[in-house]
Write a protein that binds this ligand. Structure first.
Ligand code: MV4
Length: 448
């Protein structure tokens, strides 16, 4: 097992990783920018190293600075958390070269899944269903139009370096294709420095359902069931839950098998998520694979009663997986609490938290790094807490979430709590009647 892990991250996930390390008797090193000097991850780690000014590029995204911190503290592993360097194959490679274990998959696996066309080709080989579309990259408008005519409009233009909706366009008819193609290419070029484009059939009214997997270094891959992440806004997830209200035992069996095949075909090592689009007929299609621990991992932890960070560290240290596929026994929902004003287009609302009282009680979990008197810096992600509730049934879980939201007090800054309160009263949400377009039509009532 590792002696000392450096956590190359900040916020709630840095704290979350430190907690598990302590329970495993592993020493911890925090790294922090000057904006985070009063953060709890700095206080709770065994050691802390300042790695630079607030800008991420000069601190949490700086490979030389992180490696210098590894060197001076003599850490033998790095946990990247999510975001920042978590899916940076070059960083994983530098760790490898220095003999430091990057807690995650190999650089090759990260690269393969990071390029969407390569990922899709890999999935076809593994027998995982994918959305019908172009055979790899499309070279020009003419070829794109020819393929689109064959598969039928509407189609989606996607960037191979994409993710998070950048460089993505829906095209409804042939006469719009050229314009969409040009703008998608430009956006992909400026966002990723890569203008490789592919085309696929547009899947109507899809749900976003993802399967959590974990693989060890001995070729074993299991799945830990699904999370429904359809409640999103501009590709930012707001609420996640497990099981999906749309799931059936049969569909879980099929999607679970497909996700395991996806992992097995690349000898996947570590925790990962296979994202699928699921249409109204319950047909599912591979969308992308995330090669990291995700924000919403607690939802799975609650329904299967296992610490995923602990399992992740164990497989990274070479331990064999013992468990089998897990099926949810309870229901869990996570509400992301962001320092944003839901009444003003979810505009960021950094600043000083004057008072803070977190919800408590049976079946309530709050993962957060903030406290009364803490100042939310403007430089990073606006998520300040995750409120996770679990109960026997979805209905009870929603009822508990309403109760927990009502006792959460955060004063001094605006948060997304009022949005979550109204969502938990929404008829369509309660009935499980939603897809990824839910937020396009959801309207917040006036401030109450
Ligand atoms: C799609 C799709 C419909 N059809 N692909 C959005 C982010 C990127 N990872 C893929 N995305 C989508 N790909 C086809 N062929 C719809 C989306 C999509 C979406 C997917 C998951 C969650 C929210 C979404 C919101 C808008 C569009």
């Amino acid at each position: 097992m590792f002696n000392k892990i450096l956590i190359a991250n900040r916020g709630e996930i840095a704290l979350r990783i430190i907690r598990t390390c302590k329970e495993m008797d592993i020493l911890t090193v925090a790294v922090y920018s000057t904006a985070d000097k009063d953060s709890l991850h700095v206080r709770f780690a065994d050691e802390a190293v300042c790695i630079g000014p607030p800008a991420s590029a000069d601190s949490y995204l700086s490979i030389p600075k992180i490696m210098a911190a590894v060197e001076i503290t003599n850490a033998d592993a790095v946990h990247p958390g999510y975001g920042f360097l978590a899916e940076n194959a070059d960083f994983a490679e530098v760790c490898q070269q220095y003999g430091i274990k990057f807690i995650g998959p190999t650089p090759e696996m990260i690269r393969k899944m990071g390029d969407k066309v390569t990922a899709k080709e890999t999935m076809i080989k593994a027998g995982v269903p994918v959305v019908p579309g172009s055979d790899g990259l499309v070279k020009d408008v003419k070829e794109g139009q020819k393929i689109s005519k064959e598969i039928g409009y509407p189609v989606m233009i996607k960037a191979t370096a994409g993710g998070g909706g950048k460089g993505m366009r829906i095209v409804k008819s042939e006469d719009k294709f050229e314009e969409m193609w040009d703008s998608a290419r430009k956006e992909a070029k400026s966002s990723f420095g890569n203008d490789g484009i592919y085309v696929e059939k547009f899947v109507e009214e899809p749900r976003h359902i993802e399967i959590q997997i974990i693989g060890d270094q001995h070729g074993k891959v299991i799945h830990l069931s699904e999370r429904d992440c359809s409640i999103q806004r501009r590709h930012q997830k707001l609420v996640e839950e497990s099981p999906s209200p749309f799931m059936t035992d049969e569909l879980r069996e099929e999607m679970g098998k497909a996700a395991i095949r996806a992992g097995e075909c690349i000898n996947y090592e570590g925790v990962g998520t296979v994202e699928f689009l699921v249409d109204k007929y319950r047909k599912f299609y591979f969308m992308e694979m995330n090669t990291r621990i995700q924000v919403e991992h607690p939802v799975t932890e609650e329904v299967i009663d296992h610490d995923l960070i602990k399992e992740q560290i164990k497989v990274a240290a070479g331990e064999k997986l013992t468990g089998e596929n897990y099926i949810p026994q309870l229901h869990a929902i996570e509400c992301r609490i962001n320092a944003e004003d839901p009444y003003n287009g979810f505009r960021p609302s950094p600043g000083k938290i004057e008072s803070f009282h977190s919800s408590k009680g049976h079946g309530v979990r709050v993962d957060t790094h903030v406290y009364a008197g803490y100042t939310v810096p403007p430089y990073y992600d606006s998520m300040i807490a995750k409120l996770i509730c679990k109960a026997q049934t979805r209905q009870e879980c929603i009822t508990k979430m309403r109760r927990a939201l009502n006792e959460f007090i955060i004063e001094g800054i605006k948060t997304t709590i009022p949005f979550h309160k109204q969502l938990m009263e929404d008829k369509n949400f309660i009935e499980g009647n939603f897809d990824t377009s839910f937020m396009d039509t959801f309207r917040l009532n006036e401030r109450d």
